[in-house]
Design a protein around this ligand. Structure first.
Ligand code: SF4
Length: 510
Protein backbone atom coordinates (compact mmCIF):
# COMPACT_ATOMS: atom_id res chain seq x y z
CA UNK A 1 0.00 0.00 0.00
CA UNK A 2 1.17 3.51 -0.67
CA UNK A 3 1.68 6.00 2.15
CA UNK A 4 -1.56 7.92 1.53
CA UNK A 5 -4.54 5.61 1.40
CA UNK A 6 -7.63 7.07 -0.27
CA UNK A 7 -10.27 5.27 1.78
CA UNK A 8 -13.15 7.16 0.18
CA UNK A 9 -12.01 6.07 -3.26
CA UNK A 10 -11.59 2.50 -2.07
CA UNK A 11 -15.07 2.40 -0.55
CA UNK A 12 -16.53 3.88 -3.71
CA UNK A 13 -15.31 0.92 -5.73
CA UNK A 14 -17.95 -1.54 -6.75
CA UNK A 15 -17.32 -4.68 -4.76
CA UNK A 16 -17.35 -7.97 -6.59
CA UNK A 17 -20.70 -9.70 -6.73
CA UNK A 18 -20.01 -12.10 -3.88
CA UNK A 19 -20.40 -11.64 -0.15
CA UNK A 20 -17.36 -10.49 1.75
CA UNK A 21 -17.28 -11.32 5.43
CA UNK A 22 -16.53 -7.98 7.05
CA UNK A 23 -16.41 -9.42 10.56
CA UNK A 24 -13.51 -11.58 9.48
CA UNK A 25 -11.40 -8.50 8.91
CA UNK A 26 -12.06 -6.50 12.06
CA UNK A 27 -9.44 -8.14 14.23
CA UNK A 28 -6.18 -9.89 13.97
CA UNK A 29 -7.76 -13.03 15.32
CA UNK A 30 -8.21 -15.11 12.19
CA UNK A 31 -5.60 -17.69 11.34
CA UNK A 32 -4.76 -21.18 12.51
CA UNK A 33 -4.23 -19.71 16.00
CA UNK A 34 -7.81 -18.46 16.26
CA UNK A 35 -9.42 -21.87 16.22
CA UNK A 36 -10.95 -24.00 13.54
CA UNK A 37 -14.55 -23.33 14.53
CA UNK A 38 -14.13 -19.56 14.38
CA UNK A 39 -12.67 -19.86 10.92
CA UNK A 40 -15.36 -22.25 9.75
CA UNK A 41 -18.11 -19.95 11.02
CA UNK A 42 -16.50 -17.00 9.27
CA UNK A 43 -16.26 -18.96 6.02
CA UNK A 44 -19.89 -20.11 6.28
CA UNK A 45 -20.97 -16.52 6.83
CA UNK A 46 -18.99 -15.50 3.75
CA UNK A 47 -20.86 -17.91 1.49
CA UNK A 48 -18.14 -20.60 1.40
CA UNK A 49 -20.37 -23.31 2.87
CA UNK A 50 -20.44 -25.30 -0.35
CA UNK A 51 -16.64 -25.29 -0.60
CA UNK A 52 -16.29 -26.41 3.02
CA UNK A 53 -18.87 -29.17 2.53
CA UNK A 54 -17.00 -30.44 -0.52
CA UNK A 55 -13.71 -30.49 1.41
CA UNK A 56 -15.42 -32.30 4.29
CA UNK A 57 -16.70 -34.95 1.90
CA UNK A 58 -13.34 -35.48 0.24
CA UNK A 59 -11.19 -35.32 3.37
CA UNK A 60 -13.22 -36.63 6.31
CA UNK A 61 -11.86 -36.05 9.79
CA UNK A 62 -12.18 -38.43 12.69
CA UNK A 63 -11.74 -40.20 14.97
CA UNK A 64 -10.40 -36.85 16.15
CA UNK A 65 -10.47 -33.48 14.45
CA UNK A 66 -7.16 -32.89 12.82
CA UNK A 67 -3.68 -34.37 12.98
CA UNK A 68 -0.85 -32.05 13.93
CA UNK A 69 1.13 -31.28 10.84
CA UNK A 70 2.45 -28.38 8.83
CA UNK A 71 0.21 -25.79 7.15
CA UNK A 72 -1.86 -27.88 4.71
CA UNK A 73 -1.51 -25.32 1.91
CA UNK A 74 2.12 -26.37 1.59
CA UNK A 75 0.95 -29.49 -0.23
CA UNK A 76 -0.82 -27.54 -2.97
CA UNK A 77 1.99 -25.02 -3.20
CA UNK A 78 4.58 -27.75 -3.63
CA UNK A 79 2.61 -29.45 -6.38
CA UNK A 80 2.28 -26.15 -8.27
CA UNK A 81 5.93 -25.24 -7.84
CA UNK A 82 7.08 -28.59 -9.17
CA UNK A 83 5.20 -28.24 -12.45
CA UNK A 84 6.86 -26.85 -15.54
CA UNK A 85 5.32 -23.74 -17.08
CA UNK A 86 3.12 -23.21 -14.05
CA UNK A 87 2.99 -20.05 -11.94
CA UNK A 88 1.75 -20.21 -8.37
CA UNK A 89 0.26 -17.26 -6.49
CA UNK A 90 -0.68 -17.23 -2.81
CA UNK A 91 -3.44 -15.12 -1.35
CA UNK A 92 -3.23 -15.02 2.43
CA UNK A 93 -1.78 -13.40 5.51
CA UNK A 94 1.82 -12.28 5.18
CA UNK A 95 2.95 -14.48 8.07
CA UNK A 96 1.46 -17.58 6.41
CA UNK A 97 3.03 -16.67 3.08
CA UNK A 98 6.39 -16.08 4.74
CA UNK A 99 6.28 -19.54 6.32
CA UNK A 100 5.11 -21.23 3.14
CA UNK A 101 7.68 -19.59 0.88
CA UNK A 102 10.44 -20.24 3.41
CA UNK A 103 9.54 -23.92 3.53
CA UNK A 104 9.25 -24.11 -0.26
CA UNK A 105 12.73 -22.72 -0.74
CA UNK A 106 14.07 -24.86 2.09
CA UNK A 107 12.94 -27.82 -0.01
CA UNK A 108 14.64 -26.41 -3.10
CA UNK A 109 11.72 -24.92 -5.02
CA UNK A 110 13.99 -22.63 -7.09
CA UNK A 111 10.84 -20.93 -8.33
CA UNK A 112 9.16 -17.62 -7.63
CA UNK A 113 6.12 -17.78 -5.37
CA UNK A 114 3.64 -15.08 -6.31
CA UNK A 115 1.89 -13.18 -3.55
CA UNK A 116 -1.04 -10.78 -3.53
CA UNK A 117 -0.93 -8.97 -0.18
CA UNK A 118 -4.03 -7.64 1.53
CA UNK A 119 -5.14 -5.59 4.45
CA UNK A 120 -8.48 -4.93 6.09
CA UNK A 121 -9.39 -2.30 3.50
CA UNK A 122 -8.73 -4.46 0.47
CA UNK A 123 -10.69 -7.32 2.02
CA UNK A 124 -13.62 -5.09 2.98
CA UNK A 125 -13.96 -3.42 -0.38
CA UNK A 126 -13.38 -6.46 -2.53
CA UNK A 127 -10.21 -4.85 -3.84
CA UNK A 128 -8.25 -7.97 -2.88
CA UNK A 129 -10.18 -9.95 -5.46
CA UNK A 130 -9.45 -7.26 -8.03
CA UNK A 131 -5.77 -7.34 -7.06
CA UNK A 132 -5.72 -11.11 -7.52
CA UNK A 133 -7.42 -10.74 -10.89
CA UNK A 134 -4.85 -8.12 -11.92
CA UNK A 135 -2.01 -10.37 -10.76
CA UNK A 136 -3.42 -13.26 -12.75
CA UNK A 137 -3.69 -11.12 -15.90
CA UNK A 138 -0.12 -9.90 -15.43
CA UNK A 139 1.17 -13.45 -14.92
CA UNK A 140 -0.78 -15.31 -17.60
CA UNK A 141 1.78 -15.10 -20.40
CA UNK A 142 1.28 -18.01 -22.83
CA UNK A 143 4.93 -17.83 -23.83
CA UNK A 144 5.87 -18.73 -20.28
CA UNK A 145 2.95 -20.56 -18.71
CA UNK A 146 0.37 -23.28 -19.32
CA UNK A 147 -1.39 -22.53 -16.07
CA UNK A 148 -1.55 -20.04 -13.21
CA UNK A 149 -2.53 -21.48 -9.83
CA UNK A 150 -4.04 -19.19 -7.20
CA UNK A 151 -4.28 -20.57 -3.67
CA UNK A 152 -6.60 -18.96 -1.12
CA UNK A 153 -5.18 -19.48 2.36
CA UNK A 154 -7.18 -19.32 5.59
CA UNK A 155 -8.18 -15.65 5.90
CA UNK A 156 -9.22 -15.09 2.27
CA UNK A 157 -11.19 -18.37 2.36
CA UNK A 158 -12.86 -17.40 5.64
CA UNK A 159 -13.64 -14.01 4.14
CA UNK A 160 -15.16 -15.50 1.00
CA UNK A 161 -12.73 -14.10 -1.58
CA UNK A 162 -14.35 -15.65 -4.66
CA UNK A 163 -11.62 -17.29 -6.75
CA UNK A 164 -14.39 -19.04 -8.69
CA UNK A 165 -15.06 -15.70 -10.37
CA UNK A 166 -11.58 -15.52 -11.88
CA UNK A 167 -11.47 -16.03 -15.64
CA UNK A 168 -11.10 -19.71 -16.57
CA UNK A 169 -8.34 -18.88 -19.01
CA UNK A 170 -6.43 -15.87 -20.29
CA UNK A 171 -4.77 -16.08 -23.72
CA UNK A 172 -4.86 -19.87 -23.48
CA UNK A 173 -3.34 -19.97 -19.98
CA UNK A 174 -5.59 -21.87 -17.55
CA UNK A 175 -6.39 -20.14 -14.29
CA UNK A 176 -6.85 -22.61 -11.44
CA UNK A 177 -8.21 -21.03 -8.24
CA UNK A 178 -8.41 -23.28 -5.17
CA UNK A 179 -9.32 -22.76 -1.52
CA UNK A 180 -6.94 -24.62 0.78
CA UNK A 181 -7.79 -23.49 4.30
CA UNK A 182 -6.23 -25.15 7.31
CA UNK A 183 -9.73 -25.41 8.79
CA UNK A 184 -11.00 -27.42 5.82
CA UNK A 185 -8.12 -29.54 4.53
CA UNK A 186 -6.68 -31.71 7.31
CA UNK A 187 -3.17 -32.45 5.98
CA UNK A 188 -0.69 -31.15 3.45
CA UNK A 189 -0.79 -34.57 1.80
CA UNK A 190 -4.47 -34.10 0.99
CA UNK A 191 -3.83 -30.53 -0.18
CA UNK A 192 -1.75 -32.06 -2.98
CA UNK A 193 -4.91 -33.82 -4.08
CA UNK A 194 -6.89 -30.56 -3.97
CA UNK A 195 -4.69 -29.07 -6.69
CA UNK A 196 -4.13 -32.30 -8.62
CA UNK A 197 -7.90 -32.91 -8.66
CA UNK A 198 -8.66 -29.34 -9.78
CA UNK A 199 -6.15 -29.63 -12.63
CA UNK A 200 -7.41 -33.06 -13.72
CA UNK A 201 -10.94 -31.65 -13.83
CA UNK A 202 -9.93 -28.89 -16.22
CA UNK A 203 -7.78 -31.23 -18.30
CA UNK A 204 -10.61 -33.75 -18.57
CA UNK A 205 -13.01 -31.07 -19.79
CA UNK A 206 -10.45 -29.96 -22.39
CA UNK A 207 -9.86 -33.52 -23.58
CA UNK A 208 -13.60 -34.05 -23.93
CA UNK A 209 -13.94 -30.99 -26.11
CA UNK A 210 -11.23 -31.57 -28.67
CA UNK A 211 -7.64 -32.54 -29.39
CA UNK A 212 -5.09 -31.83 -26.68
CA UNK A 213 -1.28 -31.73 -26.52
CA UNK A 214 0.48 -35.08 -26.85
CA UNK A 215 2.91 -36.25 -24.15
CA UNK A 216 6.46 -34.95 -24.47
CA UNK A 217 7.75 -38.54 -24.56
CA UNK A 218 6.05 -40.43 -27.39
CA UNK A 219 4.12 -43.46 -26.18
CA UNK A 220 4.73 -46.95 -27.50
CA UNK A 221 1.06 -47.79 -27.91
CA UNK A 222 0.76 -50.07 -24.91
CA UNK A 223 -2.11 -49.32 -22.52
CA UNK A 224 -0.92 -47.50 -19.42
CA UNK A 225 -1.49 -47.54 -15.70
CA UNK A 226 -1.39 -44.04 -14.21
CA UNK A 227 0.17 -43.78 -10.74
CA UNK A 228 -1.47 -41.72 -8.03
CA UNK A 229 0.67 -40.11 -5.35
CA UNK A 230 4.22 -38.83 -5.12
CA UNK A 231 6.84 -41.54 -4.99
CA UNK A 232 10.56 -42.12 -5.10
CA UNK A 233 11.77 -41.60 -8.69
CA UNK A 234 12.93 -45.21 -9.14
CA UNK A 235 9.53 -46.62 -8.21
CA UNK A 236 7.69 -45.76 -11.47
CA UNK A 237 10.51 -47.54 -13.32
CA UNK A 238 10.06 -50.60 -11.14
CA UNK A 239 6.32 -50.47 -11.77
CA UNK A 240 6.99 -50.19 -15.52
CA UNK A 241 9.14 -53.33 -15.40
CA UNK A 242 6.41 -55.21 -13.51
CA UNK A 243 3.77 -54.14 -16.04
CA UNK A 244 5.78 -55.00 -19.13
CA UNK A 245 4.97 -58.75 -19.28
CA UNK A 246 1.29 -57.81 -18.88
CA UNK A 247 1.50 -55.81 -22.11
CA UNK A 248 1.09 -52.57 -20.11
CA UNK A 249 3.31 -49.64 -19.28
CA UNK A 250 3.54 -47.15 -16.43
CA UNK A 251 1.69 -43.92 -17.14
CA UNK A 252 2.41 -40.53 -15.59
CA UNK A 253 2.61 -40.00 -11.86
CA UNK A 254 -0.12 -37.68 -10.56
CA UNK A 255 0.54 -34.94 -9.36
CA UNK A 256 2.20 -34.46 -12.73
CA UNK A 257 5.26 -32.37 -13.54
CA UNK A 258 3.68 -30.77 -16.59
CA UNK A 259 0.20 -29.84 -17.79
CA UNK A 260 0.19 -32.11 -20.85
CA UNK A 261 0.90 -35.13 -18.62
CA UNK A 262 -2.57 -34.67 -17.16
CA UNK A 263 -4.11 -35.73 -20.48
CA UNK A 264 -1.79 -38.73 -20.68
CA UNK A 265 -2.70 -39.69 -17.11
CA UNK A 266 -6.43 -39.53 -17.88
CA UNK A 267 -5.80 -41.61 -21.02
CA UNK A 268 -4.77 -44.59 -18.89
CA UNK A 269 -6.50 -47.96 -18.79
CA UNK A 270 -6.51 -48.00 -14.98
CA UNK A 271 -5.16 -45.83 -12.21
CA UNK A 272 -3.08 -47.26 -9.37
CA UNK A 273 -4.03 -45.51 -6.13
CA UNK A 274 -0.58 -45.92 -4.59
CA UNK A 275 -1.53 -43.13 -2.18
CA UNK A 276 -5.07 -44.01 -1.16
CA UNK A 277 -6.38 -40.57 -0.16
CA UNK A 278 -6.38 -38.79 -3.55
CA UNK A 279 -10.16 -38.57 -3.50
CA UNK A 280 -10.65 -35.57 -5.79
CA UNK A 281 -8.22 -36.98 -8.34
CA UNK A 282 -9.87 -40.39 -8.26
CA UNK A 283 -13.22 -38.72 -8.91
CA UNK A 284 -11.81 -37.38 -12.18
CA UNK A 285 -10.42 -40.77 -13.20
CA UNK A 286 -13.77 -42.32 -12.37
CA UNK A 287 -15.56 -39.70 -14.47
CA UNK A 288 -13.19 -40.59 -17.31
CA UNK A 289 -14.20 -44.25 -16.90
CA UNK A 290 -10.86 -45.43 -15.50
CA UNK A 291 -11.00 -48.07 -12.74
CA UNK A 292 -8.82 -47.60 -9.65
CA UNK A 293 -6.60 -50.30 -8.15
CA UNK A 294 -5.70 -50.13 -4.46
CA UNK A 295 -2.32 -50.65 -2.75
CA UNK A 296 1.00 -51.03 -4.53
CA UNK A 297 3.56 -53.64 -5.58
CA UNK A 298 5.50 -53.84 -2.31
CA UNK A 299 7.07 -57.03 -1.03
CA UNK A 300 6.08 -60.51 -2.14
CA UNK A 301 2.43 -60.61 -1.08
CA UNK A 302 1.80 -57.00 -2.06
CA UNK A 303 3.27 -57.45 -5.54
CA UNK A 304 1.37 -60.68 -6.13
CA UNK A 305 -1.97 -59.18 -5.10
CA UNK A 306 -1.33 -55.98 -7.03
CA UNK A 307 -0.47 -57.81 -10.27
CA UNK A 308 -3.71 -59.79 -9.91
CA UNK A 309 -5.73 -56.62 -9.37
CA UNK A 310 -4.08 -54.78 -12.26
CA UNK A 311 -4.60 -57.74 -14.54
CA UNK A 312 -8.28 -57.83 -13.66
CA UNK A 313 -8.77 -54.06 -14.04
CA UNK A 314 -7.00 -53.99 -17.40
CA UNK A 315 -8.45 -57.21 -18.82
CA UNK A 316 -5.11 -59.03 -19.00
CA UNK A 317 -5.21 -62.80 -19.58
CA UNK A 318 -4.69 -64.71 -16.29
CA UNK A 319 -1.87 -66.68 -17.92
CA UNK A 320 0.06 -63.46 -18.56
CA UNK A 321 -0.43 -62.38 -14.95
CA UNK A 322 0.75 -65.80 -13.76
CA UNK A 323 3.82 -65.55 -16.00
CA UNK A 324 4.65 -62.12 -14.59
CA UNK A 325 4.32 -63.42 -11.04
CA UNK A 326 6.57 -66.38 -11.83
CA UNK A 327 9.13 -64.00 -13.21
CA UNK A 328 9.19 -61.42 -10.41
CA UNK A 329 8.08 -62.99 -7.17
CA UNK A 330 11.07 -65.36 -6.65
CA UNK A 331 13.46 -62.40 -7.07
CA UNK A 332 11.48 -60.33 -4.58
CA UNK A 333 11.36 -63.19 -2.11
CA UNK A 334 15.11 -63.65 -2.54
CA UNK A 335 15.79 -59.93 -1.94
CA UNK A 336 13.65 -59.95 1.20
CA UNK A 337 15.41 -63.05 2.53
CA UNK A 338 18.84 -61.60 1.77
CA UNK A 339 18.05 -58.37 3.63
CA UNK A 340 16.21 -59.40 6.78
CA UNK A 341 15.04 -56.90 9.40
CA UNK A 342 14.79 -58.26 12.92
CA UNK A 343 13.21 -56.05 15.53
CA UNK A 344 10.08 -54.26 16.68
CA UNK A 345 9.32 -51.09 14.74
CA UNK A 346 6.56 -48.49 15.09
CA UNK A 347 5.73 -46.54 11.92
CA UNK A 348 4.15 -43.09 11.94
CA UNK A 349 3.95 -40.41 9.29
CA UNK A 350 1.87 -38.01 7.22
CA UNK A 351 2.98 -38.83 3.66
CA UNK A 352 0.31 -41.40 2.83
CA UNK A 353 2.67 -44.31 2.14
CA UNK A 354 2.90 -45.43 5.78
CA UNK A 355 0.87 -48.61 5.26
CA UNK A 356 2.98 -49.67 2.29
CA UNK A 357 6.19 -49.12 4.27
CA UNK A 358 4.77 -51.15 7.15
CA UNK A 359 3.90 -54.00 4.78
CA UNK A 360 7.42 -54.06 3.44
CA UNK A 361 8.87 -54.10 6.95
CA UNK A 362 6.63 -56.99 7.98
CA UNK A 363 7.61 -58.96 4.89
CA UNK A 364 11.26 -58.26 5.70
CA UNK A 365 10.78 -59.98 9.05
CA UNK A 366 10.13 -57.01 11.35
CA UNK A 367 7.45 -56.93 14.02
CA UNK A 368 5.29 -53.85 13.38
CA UNK A 369 2.75 -53.46 16.19
CA UNK A 370 1.57 -49.95 15.21
CA UNK A 371 1.16 -47.82 12.11
CA UNK A 372 -0.15 -44.29 12.52
CA UNK A 373 -0.95 -42.16 9.51
CA UNK A 374 -2.27 -38.61 9.46
CA UNK A 375 -4.25 -39.52 6.34
CA UNK A 376 -7.85 -40.75 6.40
CA UNK A 377 -9.20 -44.25 6.00
CA UNK A 378 -10.56 -44.64 2.47
CA UNK A 379 -11.87 -47.44 0.30
CA UNK A 380 -8.43 -47.57 -1.31
CA UNK A 381 -6.62 -48.15 1.99
CA UNK A 382 -8.71 -51.18 3.01
CA UNK A 383 -6.53 -53.78 1.31
CA UNK A 384 -3.42 -52.69 3.20
CA UNK A 385 -5.30 -52.22 6.46
CA UNK A 386 -6.74 -55.75 6.25
CA UNK A 387 -3.34 -57.26 5.47
CA UNK A 388 -1.59 -55.41 8.28
CA UNK A 389 -4.27 -56.16 10.86
CA UNK A 390 -4.10 -59.83 9.93
CA UNK A 391 -0.40 -59.64 10.84
CA UNK A 392 -1.22 -58.22 14.28
CA UNK A 393 -0.60 -54.58 13.48
CA UNK A 394 -2.79 -51.78 14.88
CA UNK A 395 -3.56 -49.27 12.11
CA UNK A 396 -4.52 -45.78 13.23
CA UNK A 397 -5.85 -43.43 10.57
CA UNK A 398 -5.89 -39.68 11.28
CA UNK A 399 -3.40 -40.46 14.02
CA UNK A 400 -2.63 -37.60 16.38
CA UNK A 401 0.83 -36.92 17.72
CA UNK A 402 -0.39 -38.05 21.15
CA UNK A 403 -1.48 -41.42 19.73
CA UNK A 404 1.84 -41.86 17.94
CA UNK A 405 3.81 -41.01 21.09
CA UNK A 406 1.64 -43.28 23.19
CA UNK A 407 2.35 -46.13 20.76
CA UNK A 408 6.10 -45.64 21.19
CA UNK A 409 5.57 -45.72 24.94
CA UNK A 410 3.29 -48.77 24.80
CA UNK A 411 5.35 -50.95 22.49
CA UNK A 412 8.90 -49.88 23.42
CA UNK A 413 10.15 -50.51 19.88
CA UNK A 414 13.72 -51.20 18.79
CA UNK A 415 13.18 -48.45 16.23
CA UNK A 416 10.61 -45.68 15.88
CA UNK A 417 9.98 -44.35 12.37
CA UNK A 418 8.09 -41.07 12.43
CA UNK A 419 7.77 -37.34 12.19
CA UNK A 420 10.13 -34.90 13.91
CA UNK A 421 8.42 -34.81 17.33
CA UNK A 422 8.07 -38.60 17.41
CA UNK A 423 11.74 -39.07 16.54
CA UNK A 424 12.72 -36.48 19.13
CA UNK A 425 10.69 -38.16 21.87
CA UNK A 426 12.02 -41.62 20.95
CA UNK A 427 15.61 -40.42 21.09
CA UNK A 428 14.98 -38.90 24.51
CA UNK A 429 14.05 -42.41 25.53
CA UNK A 430 17.25 -43.83 23.99
CA UNK A 431 15.18 -45.52 21.27
CA UNK A 432 16.78 -45.32 17.81
CA UNK A 433 14.54 -43.41 15.45
CA UNK A 434 14.38 -42.45 11.77
CA UNK A 435 12.56 -39.60 10.06
CA UNK A 436 9.90 -40.96 7.74
CA UNK A 437 10.07 -38.14 5.19
CA UNK A 438 13.83 -37.78 4.85
CA UNK A 439 15.02 -41.34 5.30
CA UNK A 440 12.20 -43.72 4.45
CA UNK A 441 10.35 -41.83 1.68
CA UNK A 442 13.71 -41.28 -0.01
CA UNK A 443 14.08 -44.96 -0.90
CA UNK A 444 12.47 -47.25 -3.45
CA UNK A 445 9.67 -49.40 -2.06
CA UNK A 446 8.39 -51.28 -5.08
CA UNK A 447 9.29 -54.45 -6.91
CA UNK A 448 12.63 -56.18 -6.41
CA UNK A 449 14.49 -52.87 -5.89
CA UNK A 450 12.22 -51.97 -3.01
CA UNK A 451 12.41 -55.39 -1.40
CA UNK A 452 15.83 -54.95 0.15
CA UNK A 453 16.09 -51.18 0.18
CA UNK A 454 15.00 -50.45 3.74
CA UNK A 455 17.14 -53.07 5.48
CA UNK A 456 20.45 -51.21 5.42
CA UNK A 457 19.20 -47.95 6.91
CA UNK A 458 16.91 -49.67 9.41
CA UNK A 459 19.38 -52.27 10.61
CA UNK A 460 22.04 -49.56 10.84
CA UNK A 461 19.77 -47.42 13.01
CA UNK A 462 18.76 -50.31 15.26
CA UNK A 463 22.41 -51.17 15.80
CA UNK A 464 22.85 -47.76 17.46
CA UNK A 465 20.87 -48.79 20.51
CA UNK A 466 23.96 -49.37 22.70
CA UNK A 467 25.31 -45.94 21.83
CA UNK A 468 21.99 -44.37 22.76
CA UNK A 469 22.05 -46.21 26.09
CA UNK A 470 25.64 -45.11 26.77
CA UNK A 471 24.80 -41.48 25.94
CA UNK A 472 21.69 -41.58 28.03
CA UNK A 473 23.52 -42.85 31.09
CA UNK A 474 26.39 -40.37 30.55
CA UNK A 475 24.01 -37.40 30.31
CA UNK A 476 21.50 -38.72 32.86
CA UNK A 477 19.66 -35.84 34.53
CA UNK A 478 21.18 -33.13 32.33
CA UNK A 479 18.55 -30.82 30.89
CA UNK A 480 15.77 -32.40 32.93
CA UNK A 481 13.73 -31.04 35.83
CA UNK A 482 15.69 -28.55 37.92
CA UNK A 483 18.72 -29.03 35.64
CA UNK A 484 16.91 -27.63 32.59
CA UNK A 485 17.86 -24.13 31.40
CA UNK A 486 21.02 -22.10 31.93
CA UNK A 487 22.14 -21.43 35.49
CA UNK A 488 25.05 -19.34 36.64
CA UNK A 489 24.93 -20.81 40.16
CA UNK A 490 23.85 -24.13 41.59
CA UNK A 491 20.03 -23.90 41.69
CA UNK A 492 18.54 -23.57 45.18
CA UNK A 493 15.05 -24.51 46.26
CA UNK A 494 12.99 -21.47 47.27
CA UNK A 495 10.28 -22.41 49.69
CA UNK A 496 8.31 -19.23 48.99
CA UNK A 497 7.74 -20.11 45.35
CA UNK A 498 7.53 -23.86 45.75
CA UNK A 499 4.47 -25.27 44.08
CA UNK A 500 1.79 -26.87 46.20
CA UNK A 501 1.34 -30.02 44.13
CA UNK A 502 3.92 -32.45 42.77
CA UNK A 503 5.66 -31.12 39.68
CA UNK A 504 5.16 -32.91 36.39
CA UNK A 505 8.58 -34.23 35.37
CA UNK A 506 9.95 -32.43 32.32
CA UNK A 507 9.97 -34.68 29.28
CA UNK A 508 7.08 -36.87 30.41
CA UNK A 509 4.55 -37.74 27.79
CA UNK A 510 1.13 -36.19 27.87
S1 SF4 B 1 -2.79 -20.63 5.83
FE1 SF4 B 1 -1.71 -22.18 7.01
S2 SF4 B 1 -0.34 -21.01 8.39
FE2 SF4 B 1 -1.91 -19.61 7.59
S3 SF4 B 1 -3.55 -19.55 9.14
FE3 SF4 B 1 -4.07 -21.14 7.61
S4 SF4 B 1 -3.23 -23.10 8.39
FE4 SF4 B 1 -2.25 -21.40 9.52
Amino acid sequence: MGASLDLAALRARTPVDAPVNLAATRQDGLGCHSGKETMQQAAQAAGMGETLDALKRDYPVGPHDQPQSMCPAFGSLRVGLRMRRTATILSGSACCVYGLTFTSHFYGARRTVGYVPFNSETLVTGKLFEDIRDAVHATADPALHDAVVVINLCVPTASGVPLRLLPREIDGVRIIGIDVPGFGVPTHAEAKDVLAGAMLKVARAEAEHGPVAAPRQPRDGRPTVALLGEMFPADPMQVGALLEPLGLSAGPVVPTREWRELYAALDCTAVAAIHPFYTASMREFEAAGRPAVASGPVGHDGTAAWLDAIGEACGVAPSAVAAAKNRFLPAIRGALAANPIRGRITVTGYEGSELLVARLLVESGAEVPYVGTACPRTAMSEVDRDWLEAKGCRVQFRASLEQDLAAVEEFGPDLAIGTTPVVQKAKERAIPALYFTNLISARPLMGAAGAGSLAQVINGAMAQRDRFDAMRSFFAGVGEGHAAGIWEDVPRKRAAVKRAGPEKPVGEMA
